[in-house]
Design a protein around this ligand. Structure first.
Ligand code: LLP
Length: 435
């Protein structure tokens, strides 16, 4: 979290005061650090340099055009999972020839869009999807480059909603089915199997699952090559975990230490699909306290960010550090260990204005007493924050700011009420409306 730091008790993003940003742009507000984003990309490119990697930033983690543009300018490729994400990459000036197209439910239209754009390869998740790709490629008179997504059946030991590498997962195919499909498409003139893909889950904080998956990949690559497939890429997916709480994550070098030596003998180039490890700690959500309230023993801090802005705590019971943007005298910067008792704090439930009991950002969180108007920083919100936001309770989505040193750009303006109703054509009597 180096690019978010406290100076004299005030939070800064790079060289800009977060309180000033909140005053200028309002709250709730997402604030991203460009240096953190670029730093995350560079550290992966360096750690895996021995495998000549193509880092395909996973657009789903944070798809703001300004972020995609920064990634493209710094040599990143992209992992897209929909026609919409491919559209964003092209809009941001990204090169589709450095994009992989993943996802279990690609439509014919999306497959055609990927072929037309010239994506590097499709990650194929099932036999039926392969049939669709063959059909669309044949109709277009092109050869579709692809990687089979194989389930290595390793347990990534992460939250069950974001674990994907087990045999029972809806993603990919198990090893036997992948081999059978490899045989089935031997000599098919409409597809070229140039890669093997594995993604085992997200927020993974140990290296063993990657070591297990890489070992299985090496065997498979050999088997596919024996069948005559020109496999020259190994795509190890994404999944590297980040520090949400303290120091639970591993440095990317530690993952490289197990993956690089395993894959090196195959001569394959590496594709990586990192999302969270690049964007997660490059962004915070800033909110303003509206009210405090005590019900029995419970203290509630009601602030203006809600589950519609950041759904991760409600959906995965995930932990995000929360700390005042301007720290009351005598308190430290956000503590590494929230379990410890912190003098000057008491337990608060940090909740939003949405009409759901599930609308919380933290429960029983050690925080100092705060008043109406005080600002809070919700850390590690750069990945799977804004992209999973909604307009529930007809709440306009937050603005997004990208900070670069001493300058800030409005990467997305705050939505207005007009934005929220503009597609509801019938009632608005807009041209083209029915009736
Ligand atoms: N590749 C594939 C095939 C994926 O399914 C994912 C994430 C990634 C790459 C990027 O994974 P990352 O490096 O970000 O871990 N909404 C959840 C996370 C869902 C992840 C979905 N797939 C959350 O907020 O934790």
């Amino acid at each position: 979290m180096d690019h978010f730091h406290y100076r004299d008790g005030r939070l800064y993003c790079e060289d800009l005061s977060v309180a000033d940003l909140a005053d200028t742009y309002g709250t709730p507000l997402y604030v991203y650090s460009q240096a953190a984003i670029v730093g995350g990309l560079k550290s992966l490119q360096t750690a895996f340099a021995a495998l000549n990697p193509l880092v395909c930033y996973s657009v789903k983690a944070n798809s703001n055009l300004s972020i995609l543009k920064v990634m493209a300018e710094n040599g990143s490729g992209f992992d897209v999972v929909s026609g919409g994400e491919l559209y964003r990459v092209e809009k941001a000036g990204g090169d589709p020839g450095r994009a992989v197209f993943a996802g279990v439910g690609k439509t014919d239209e999306e497959i055609a869009a990927g072929l037309k754009a010239g994506v590097l390869m499709f990650n194929v998740e099932s036999e039926a999807e392969l049939d669709a790709i063959v059909r669309v490629a044949k109709a277009m008179g092109v050869v579709a480059p692809l990687a089979l997504r194989v389930n290595p059946d390793v347990d990534p030991k992460t939250h069950r909603y974001i674990s994907t590498g087990k045999k029972e997962s809806k993603f990919g195919m198990d090893i036997d089915r992948s081999l059978a499909l490899g045989y089935a498409i031997k000599g098919n003139p409409h597809v070229s199997m140039i890669g093997v893909h594995m993604h085992i889950g997200s927020q993974i904080t140990t290296t063993e699952p990657y070591a297990g998956a890489a070992g299985k990949a090496v065997t498979l690559i050999g088997q596919f090559r024996e069948m005559g497939h020109p496999v020259s890429w190994f795509n190890m997916g994404g999944g590297f975990g980040i520090n949400y709480k303290g120091r639970e994550a591993k440095a990317v070098e530690e993952f490289a230490n197990v993956i690089v030596p395993a894959i090196k003998p195959t001569g394959c180039r590496l594709v990586m699909e990192p999302g969270r490890v690049i964007a997660g700690n490059a962004g915070i959500l800033v909110s303003r306290v509206l009210y405090t309230k005590q019900s029995g023993e419970k203290r509630f801090l009601i602030q203006d960010a809600a589950m519609n802005d950041l759904i991760r705590p409600a959906l995965y019971e995930s932990f995000h550090r929360i700390w005042p943007v301007i720290v009351p005298a005598g308190l430290p910067a956000p503590p590494d260990d929230y379990e410890a008792s912190i003098e000057g704090t008491e337990p608060w439930d940090v909740v939003g204005p949405v009409c759901e009991s599930g609308d919380f950002l933290a429960k029983d969180r050690a925080l100092p007493r705060l008043d109406r108007g005080d600002l809070l920083a919700i850390f590690s919100a750069g990945a799977y924050g804004m992209v999973m936001s909604s307009n529930y309770n007809t709440r306009p989505r937050a603005a997004e700011i990208l900070v670069d040193g001493t300058s800030a750009c409005l990467a997305r303006r705050r939505e207005t009420y007009e934005d929220l109703v503009e597609h509801e054509l019938a009632a608005l009597g807009a041209p083209g409306a029915l009736g």
